[in-house]
Design a protein around this ligand. Structure first.
Ligand code: BDP
Length: 695
């Protein structure tokens, strides 16, 4: 057994009591036949039964089944007994039904894909050791589009990828379908992910050439049985660069026609193609503004090209410009707020969780709540660009949830990001969530055995933004490792703390964007003068002899004014602002008195040391886990934690020594002194940092 199998490794059930129950249910199975999705579901159930129980279920007639699986119109009278309500959105039911002397477990749905989801959910019950005697589960996805965004380049490098190269072997496609593609699709479907954007948002035009459309088609065909649609990132200037046109102006008729023809060409090969993801006028990418038009003009033009085929446009709000003399945190809002309501129905605006860039902690993006007529989707980053790459154990679900549970107050109290995302205020419009994939060619897919939990939890949370991070960690640990409580309890606890630990040793108290330049590896609070101010660290922490932090209140950039009054007061008024966001919104003196009674300087130092100590604790806890984990993974995690510890120490030492040059205050002697001086940490060079994929 290897961690290639992810949370679908179907280990033998240890608990003999439930195993007997499972065997009885699985001994006689009616499985409706039909579509490729039902076949995939059937295959999965058989695979699961083999692994979990070492049995091959016997296929029986509908009336004989202890387990009945099929679409509602395939399960006869049982349909009436499950009373599912509307399941047209690929939801499913799993019910234990008593019919006279017969007890039968029914897994059913309106759609084929719903049945597949139901089968995965049923398997999960057994993987997590649940009693299946009285099941009564109805689930519906709360968002329509649940996509991974691969930042994969055609040459197989992965921008910000820390798990090897791209899993898409473009050279061997379309002729060769790697088993990995199927396993990828299974893993996605098991958590409800229903789409994948194959290529980097910094898009290469080659993706739209006929040869690559055929390659994408081969992937789409492989994924279809698992309900995964294929999408592409497109470069806005494609009509010029690929089509030879003079312009890519979205209002130009030849440009419109070019995109219409291109869309038609794609749909000819991939009839259920999902649509386009677009990064425009951001970080050097071309866009409608290049031609004096706005984001809505650009998005709608592409929307029109896709609309006849039912495709969608995911238009990114990640825009900022070094030439705009305003706080970077304000720029997306300033660009998109005036365009509210101007987007076509098949366009959705994709917004990162925070206004800067996937930092260890950011306040929720002010665009959530600000646009009331435009559907917004949330983009989170599974690949740990700012969270220690693939060497740090950081479970990100608490980070996703922090954003989703945040209250925007846009329509009064309770207007959370999650509620907005689910389309509660814009019924019938598109709803979606995207995760920047952390997947590569590493045997364990994600580089770190625990990084798989970020892929897993993304799917669960995209399906249900109200889901609970601890519950998801619990399920993932059980499915991936063991149901042994002696493992589950401590490791769940470690996972739940892990993100806060990373915040503490990297960017405590609202600090942000102080990582190393370019590669974004390790600390770089001293980063200045690298071509553009908004890519430096000093732009964000603004440390000086008087204090530290970015004043985003009315006396500063006033970014806080982009929030609704309740939120504005929460972050903007010093007496309300939680410590976690303090230096994001306020520039404060080094001797500012914190809630803890400590000075700001001492509190900052304390946080850095606490963060590192927490990694040490985690290492200790992991040592105790040896009896419950196979030696390969035990060893992998042990080594990675040692690396994480070293890097956490480097973050701490670099940051406290650097900020001390401004505070001029001592580090409490109760803490171990940094082993080296600041000069040493500044001089460290890390050539060949992963993740700088060039396309
Ligand atoms: C940043 C990455 C950069 C991406 C960009 C984006 O550093 O590589 O291209 O986001 O989201 O986080 O477009």
């Amino acid at each position: 057994q290897s961690d290639y199998d992810l949370w679908l490794n179907y280990r033998p059930v240890q608990n003999t009591e439930v195993a007997i129950q499972y065997r009885t249910v699985l001994s006689k199975v009616f499985f409706a036949s039909g579509s490729p999705q039902l076949k995939a579901a059937h295959q999965e159930l058989w695979m699961g039964s083999k692994g979990l129980l070492n049995i091959v279920p016997a296929q029986v007639a509908l009336a004989q089944g202890n387990l009945v699986i099929g679409k509602l119109n395939q399960i006869g009278e049982l349909r009436k007994l499950v009373q599912p309500g509307d399941l047209s959105d690929d939801g499913f039911v799993i019910n234990t039904i008593v019919q006279g002397t017969r007890k039968v477990v029914v897994v059913s749905a309106e759609t084929d894909l719903g049945v597949l989801y139901g089968v995965f959910a049923f398997l999960k019950q057994m993987q997590t050791g649940k009693n299946i005697d009285q099941l009564n589960i109805t689930e519906r996805p709360k968002t329509m589009v649940r996509v991974l965004n691969h930042w994969d380049n055609p040459n197989r490098t992965v921008e910000r990828g820390y798990a090897g190269f791209s899993i898409w072997n473009w050279h061997k496609l379309p002729g060769y379908i790697d088993q990995k593609y199927i396993d990828y699709a299974r893993a996605n479907a098991s958590v409800g992910i229903n789409g994948t954007v194959l290529n980097n948002v910094n898009a290469n035009i080659i993706m739209l050439t006929p040869a690559y459309i055929e390659k994408a088609k081969a992937l789409a065909d492989a994924f279809r049985p698992y309900g995964i649609k294929v999408y592409l990132s497109v470069k806005f200037s494609s009509p010029v660069e690929l089509g030879g046109l003079k312009t890519a102006d979205p209002l130009d008729d030849t440009v419109k026609k070019w995109w219409k023809d291109k869309a038609a060409e794609i749909y000819k090969s991939i009839p259920d193609f999902g649509g386009f993801l677009v990064k425009a006028n951001s970080e050097g990418q071309p866009g409608p503004q290049t031609y004096g038009r706005n984001h809505a003009d650009g998005a709608n033009m592409l929307g029109e090209a896709l609309a006849p085929h039912k495709g969608i446009v995911m238009w990114r709000a990640f825009v900022y410009d070094n030439n705009v003399p305003d706080d970077r945190a304000k720029q997306a809002y300033n660009e998109f707020k005036p365009l509210d309501g101007k987007f076509n129905d098949n366009v959705i605006v994709q917004v990162k969780n925070g206004a800067i860039d996937f930092q260890p902690r950011e306040p929720f993006h002010p665009l959530f709540g600000a646009l009331s007529q435009t559907p917004l989707m949330l983009e989170v980053q599974l690949t740990q660009e700012y969270l220690g790459f693939s060497t740090h154990l950081v479970y990100e679900a608490p980070l996703f949830k922090e954003c989703l549970d945040a209250d925007t107050y846009a329509k009064g109290e309770g207007t959370t990001v999650a509620n907005i995302l689910e389309g509660k205020y814009l019924p019938k419009k598109l709803t979606a969530m995207a995760g920047v994939a952390n997947i590569g060619t590493d045997v364990n897919w994600c580089g770190h055995p625990f990084a798989q939990s970020n892929w897993y939890s993304f799917g669960r949370i995209a399906w249900n933004p109200q889901a609970d991070a601890a519950q998801i960690a619990d399920d993932w640990l059980r499915m991936t490792f063991t149901n042994d409580e002696r493992f589950i309890k401590p490791m769940k606890d470690q996972m739940m703390r892990s993100r806060e630990n990373a915040v503490n040793y990297m960017t405590p108290l609202g600090l942000h964007h102080i990582m190393g330049a370019n590669g974004h590896y390790g600390p770089g609070p001293w980063t200045d003068n690298i071509g553009r101010a908004d890519w430096t660290a000093v732009y964000y922490h603004k440390a000086d002899s008087l204090g530290v932090g970015f004043d985003r209140t009315a006396t500063g950039s006033n970014a806080v004014a982009q929030y609704y009054p309740e939120v504005r007061d929460y972050f903007g008024k010093l007496e309300n602002c939680p410590d976690e966001y303090l230096l994001w919104f306020h520039h404060l003196p080094w001797n500012y008195k914190m809630r803890s009674g400590k000075t700001l300087w001492n509190e900052m130092v304390a946080r850095y040391y606490t963060g590192v100590d927490a990694v040490k604790d985690m290492q200790q806890v992991w040592k105790g886990m040896q009896p419950y984990v196979d030696p390969v993974r035990f060893n992998e995690v042990e080594q990675l934690m040692a690396v994480q510890y070293e890097e956490a120490v480097r973050w701490r030492n670099s940051c406290v020594l650097y900020f001390q040059t401004f505070s001029k205050m001592p580090i409490d002697p109760k803490y171990p002194k940094p082993e080296h001086d600041l000069q040493y940490y500044r001089s460290l060079k890390f050539p060949n940092v992963p993740g700088l994929g060039v396309n």
